[in-house]
Design a protein around this ligand. Structure first.
Ligand SMILES: Nc1nc2c(c(=O)[nH]1)N[C@H]1C(S)=C(S)[C@@H](COP(=O)(O)O)O[C@H]1N2
Ligand SMILES: [Mo]
Length: 380
């Protein structure tokens, strides 16, 4: 999509929802009633009731960080070196001056999505369904910057890291990677804007990676260094974390790293925003609303069941589809009788991937995409 069109799509979406006052800005989580849920460490998730609109308002966008938030350094430099013809450094101002600006509307989902739903339980931040959000990201194409540096033929991986390295101390630094092949695709951005504003510090300002369709751990915040190399970096967050078994294993099995592969894309998934578990809604029209998305293909359909999976009906889809982009689904029906109601939602993408009732267990609890079920009361 052209920038103009994307921006229009984004701003229409913003105008259609509601905006938070911007005093609720970076670094004030927990104060002034910011409605994010703390899930341990420097991690906060979005209440699922916000997943009824194309754009997740920035103040309620989930936040995930291993080491904490470094000081804001708007003039920080990004260095691109290693297997390149010309090592280069850029400030955000340099990037804006030298490259075409583009925007993309897409989902950022943490690899740990739904970890708390796996049984047996796994180690790691006990995320629910709130570590996902969709935003309009603005920046320059990573591919344009890499072309300027001149990637050597022998380069196969980017080693990527951010300014939170300075906070690592005794912990493993957040050093990650991206295959050159993916990095050269035109949808991967060096982003300095989010939802039409300057990228806030908590979301990686001044500069972060945006890798549509790929889990959040590739979306390096506070980006300072990209090094082109032949091999994947030999780093904890590449070797040990964000990996799943090559083949499904029996729940509870431990799997050695050599039998694992990196998590890249997120699977087809959906989350119900309304109703919420335990809601009390008057007899009459009931509306089931939420989001559906896949990192592998655009969404094909969203099915809804009111009878525990016997009969499925299709929900209406709103918005323009895309790989790694969410669409709103909506399903209305008349509840004539008071009582307990249950809805199950299941999305299918255009590659034919359909959400399983429960995904296969994996040792670190990544990429849950089982059916979301909500139970509520219809009252007379
Ligand atoms: N430098 C740095 N980048 C990072 C992280 C981090 O800890 N340090 N966390 C990653 C993870 S695991 C996720 S899910 C996303 C979350 O992005 P958000 O906080 O903007 O929602 O940032 C990614 N980028
Ligand atoms: Mo994450």
């Amino acid at each position: 999509m052209k920038r103009r069109k994307l921006l229009e799509a984004g701003f229409t979406a913003l105008a259609g929802g509601w905006l938070f006052p911007h005093r609720l800005a970076a670094g004030t989580v927990g104060k002034e009633g910011i409605p994010l849920l703390h899930v341990g460490g420097h991690n906060y998730e979005t209440p699922t009731r916000y997943f009824d609109r194309p754009i997740t308002p920035t103040p309620v966008f989930f936040r995930a960080s291993f080491l904490g938030v470094p000081p804001y350094r708007p003039d920080i430099k990004l260095r691109v070196d290693g297997l390149v013809e010309r090592p280069l450094t850029f400030t955000v101002a340099d990037l804006k001056r030298n490259f075409e600006e583009v925007s993309i509307l897409c989902v950022n989902q943490c690899a740990g999505f739904g970890r708390s739903l796996y049984r047996p339980k796994t180690q790691g931040t006990p995320w629910g369904r709130g570590c996902v959000g969709q935003a309009l990201w603005t920046g320059v194409r990573l591919a344009d910057v890499l072309k300027k540096a001149g990637v050597k033929r022998s380069a196969a991986y980017l080693q990527t890291q951010g300014d939170d390295l300075s906070l690592a101390d005794a912990k493993p630094p957040f050093v990650r990677f991206l295959p050159v092949e993916r990095a050269l695709q035109p949808d991967v951005l060096l982003a300095y804007g989010m939802n039409g504003e300057t990228l806030p510090l908590v979301h990686g300002g001044p500069l972060r990676l945006v890798v549509p369709g790929w889990v959040g751990s590739f979306w390096i915040k506070w980006l300072t260094h990209i090094r082109l190399q032949e091999q994947e970096p030999d780093a904890f967050f590449v070797r040990e974390a964000f990996r799943v078994p090559k083949e499904p294993v029996k729940p509870g099995t431990s799997v050695p790293p050599e039998l694992t592969v990196p998590v890249t894309t997120f699977p087809v998934n959906s989350v119900i925003a309304r109703p919420q578990d335990g809601d009390r809604i008057p007899v009459g029209v009931q509306e089931v609303v939420g989001v559906a998305y896949s990192g592998k293909a655009p969404i094909a359909k969203v099915e809804v069941s009111l009878d525990n999976g016997k009969v499925w009906e299709e929900a209406a889809l709103e918005g323009e589809g895309g790989v790694g982009r969410w669409q709103i689904f909506r399903y209305r029906f008349e509840a004539k009788q008071p009582g307990t109601y249950q809805v199950i939602v299941c999305a299918t993408d255009k590659k034919g991937n359909r959400q399983p009732k429960e995904p296969p267990w994996n040792p670190k609890g990544y990429n849950w995409n089982g059916w979301h079920t909500v139970v509520w009361e219809v009252v007379g």
